[in-house]
Ligand binder design. Structure first.
Ligand code: ADP
Length: 353
């Protein structure tokens, strides 16, 4: 059985898959590092003490054990790692070199990669013989051409790793997996959740995506601004200081900044001008960025929607597609996001069972 691990700053989400990739159970420890943590996994639902990721993963293994799933029955652990940088562009078995690569990419994802590494290291201690694998959130976009990834900035800055990487790659890889042998040549895929992005998928490969150096760029999101002029960012940094400007752009902007709430359901239900404007902005900019992605593919043969908004809101899908009606009749697909299963598929493809 493959244990998929998604280690965040205060939570570790896990999902357990059989070798035929059927899901056995999923759950999480939340509140890691706080005064009271909580485990919700299969039959378990209780408060625990989990000061760090080591203790949290120990609690997960103990909970599985108590539910009849012994650590020795696990055949692999497969981790979600947010940023693979320029070197980790394929799912892979975790080795010392891979750990060094994840560490090297940490300046690019300082809030995420250290947690992912903490999950890997905790399992190395708790289950030293368990093979571990890693799938990277950025890797799917490694096929973007240089012209799409380069910012037109001085070479010295480009050499410092300041370029577009793109995110939500596991979600896009899962969409491709779902089409099996019926994948359209030019697929425009929208991942619309609290984070939102889109991807131009040409013959199964990402050729352009809306997020860039960080997940801030591109579409209007739940709390992130989406695309904004660098000089406007610098002005905000002048006014507020860099940390506060970053917090505002990532946590107080987007639907929240425009409409007062980051939850699309609330905005759709609200009858206020500002809520309506926030939803208009979301749909308009999703379509504006779609135009750019369609150019990167030289046209479009199908559109796919995934993520909490993309899967559940026919209204938002319709409104985005209305902006794109000049394209004519384009087949539309709604695909349930399942990044965990994609991570299990990646590990299984590498030999885990
Ligand atoms: P995350 O990126 O945190 O995993 P999700 O993919 O779950 O987020 O998406 C969360 C977003 O999906 C929220 O804005 C939520 O309001 C929205 N959402 C969920 N269900 C619906 C629905 N039926 N209609 C509109 N929006 C929805």
């Amino acid at each position: 059985m493959i244990l998929v691990v998604n280690a965040g700053s205060s939570s570790i989400k896990v999902a357990l898959f059989k070798s035929d990739l059927t899901e056995v159970l999923k759950g999480q420890v939340s509140g890691i590092g706080g005064s009271l943590a909580h485990i919700e996994l299969g039959a378990d639902d209780k408060n625990i003490t989990a000061p760090d990721h080591d203790v949290a993963l120990k609690a997960i293994l103990a909970s599985l054990d108590a539910q009849g799933i012994k650590t020795k029955d696990l055949t692999a652990a497969a981790h979600r790692v947010v940023h693979g940088g320029t070197s980790l562009v394929q799912p892979c078995r975790v080795t010392d070199d891979v750990i060094a690569g994840i560490e090297a990419a940490t300046p690019l994802a300082p809030l995420h990669n250290p947690n992912n590494l903490a999950g890997i290291r905790a399992l190395q201690t708790l289950a030293p013989d368990l093979p571990q694998y890693a799938s990277f959130g950025t890797a799917f976009h490694a096929t973007n051409p240089d012209v799409a990834t380069a910012y037109a900035i001085p070479k010295k800055d480009r050499d410092m790793g300041i370029r577009r990487y793109g995110f939500h790659g596991l979600s896009y890889a899962w969409i491709v997996t779902q089409f099996e042998d019926k994948l359209p040549n030019r697929l425009l895929a929208f991942h619309l959740g609290s984070g939102a992005s889109l991807c131009a998928i040409h013959h199964g490969k990402s050729v352009a995506t809306s997020m860039g150096y960080s997940p801030l760029d591109g579409l209007t999101m739940g709390t992130r601004s989406g695309a904004i002029d660098g000089m406007a960012v610098l002005r905000m940094a002048e006014i507020h200081g860099a940390d506060e400007a970053s917090r505002r752009l990532n946590k107080d902007s987007g639907l929240k900044g425009l409409g007062g709430a980051n939850d699309m359901r609330l905005l759709l239900a609200a009858d206020t001008e500002q809520a309506k404007f926030a939803v208009d902005h979301f749909c308009y900019w999703a379509a504006r960025h779609a135009g750019s992605a369609i150019v990167a593919m030289g046209g479009v043969d199908a559109v796919a929607f995934t993520g909490g908004i993309g899967e559940n809101s026919a209204e938002i899908r319709d409104r985005i597609m209305t902006h794109l009606k000049f394209l004519g009749d384009v087949p539309l697909h709604v695909i349930k996001a399942d990044e965990e299963r994609q991570i299990a598929v990646d590990a299984a493809t590498l030999g885990a069972s």
